[in-house]
Design a protein around this ligand. Structure first.
Ligand code: FPP
Length: 272
């Protein structure tokens, strides 16, 4: 199957969730559409360009297994690289994940934050070359200047990787808050002396960390909470929101396909 995965195409009759796959199972649709997806029939023309994820539930996942918080985040980090790989195979062009909010950074214990930093450094070191080959460009959203030197160095190394063919942007939100991002944008607009008559939505977007990237089409939150928690407040104005009780470490390829299948069933109206 892996050679099929790497081409981004899967067999047509691959089953899947009855409510979604069933509705796409009609002969007419089979004839007119080559589907992607291993578990659900996904329309390749409607794969969300940008998927943003609030990865919640690492600690509860660990607790339910009698494991430590660190082990929960380790499982979360492993799942993150799995989902980035799988998202790329499905044709997603931008993945943004919420790894550390401004609140997490201030309020979680030093030990826990250190554990998350260690995982970040590990991902960056282990994946740098592979991401370069696969055209995955790494970005950080948020203020990481206050991080320990070794973390800043590791981030700096991956940020300066030059890609021949960029295929995907992988944004990791670290010490990130949506309101903080907007305040920072306002300050920079003022600092740059932009005249009020020149300020419009496009200009504000350019001053955000996501400058130049499309807004998320689909925002996924795992772990059962139904809120956006200060994530991409400007950018998610028209995003489709998907919530699941599944804890982040268990949110695997099948769950990602399920979220995309539901997204494909929704009619996006953009206010029309
Ligand atoms: C939310 O679950 C998760 C986090 C605050 C940290 C996310 C970190 C990772 C997925 C691993 C490291 C990845 C990078 C890129 C550094 P939670 O801890 O709030 O769990 P809970 O809701 O069960 O308490």
């Amino acid at each position: 199957m892996d050679h099929l995965l790497s081409k981004g195409f899967f067999p047509r009759n691959c089953g899947g969730h009855p409510s979604v796959a069933g509705s796409l199972n009609s002969k007419k649709q089979n004839d007119s559409m080559k589907s992607v997806g291993k578990y659900y029939k996904l329309d390749p023309k409607k794969i969300p360009q940008h998927v943003a994820i609030i990865m919640d539930g690492n600690r509860r996942w660990a607790k339910s297994r009698g494991l430590s918080v660190t082990e929960g985040h380790q499982a979360g980090a492993k799942n993150l690289t799995r989902i980035v790989d799988y998202g790329q195979k499905l044709g997603v062009k931008h993945i943004t994940v919420y790894a550390l909010s401004t609140e997490n950074w201030r309020k979680r214990t030093k030990k826990e934050v250190r554990g998350i930093f260690n995982l970040l450094v590990k991902i960056v070191r282990e994946k740098k070359e592979e991401y370069k080959k696969r055209g995955v460009r790494f970005f950080v959203l948020g203020n990481f200047q206050a991080f320990p030197l070794r973390v800043k160095r590791a981030i700096g190394e991956i940020l300066k990787v030059v890609l021949k063919h960029e295929r995907m942007k992988f944004n990791v939100a670290l010490n990130y808050g949506g309101r903080d991002e907007i305040v920072r944008a306002i300050k920079n607009i003022v600092k740059d002396g932009v005249s009020p008559s020149k300020i419009d939505e496009k200009l504000v977007s350019r001053y955000l960390y996501t400058n130049g990237q499309p807004d998320p089409d689909l925002v996924i939150r795992t772990g059962g909470e139904i809120r956006v928690s200060n994530f991409l407040l400007w950018q998610l104005s028209y995003s489709e929101l998907y919530f699941t009780d599944t804890f982040w470490p268990d949110f695997g390829p099948k769950e990602l396909e399920k979220a995309i299948a539901e997204y494909q069933e929704r009619a996006r109206r953009f206010g029309k």
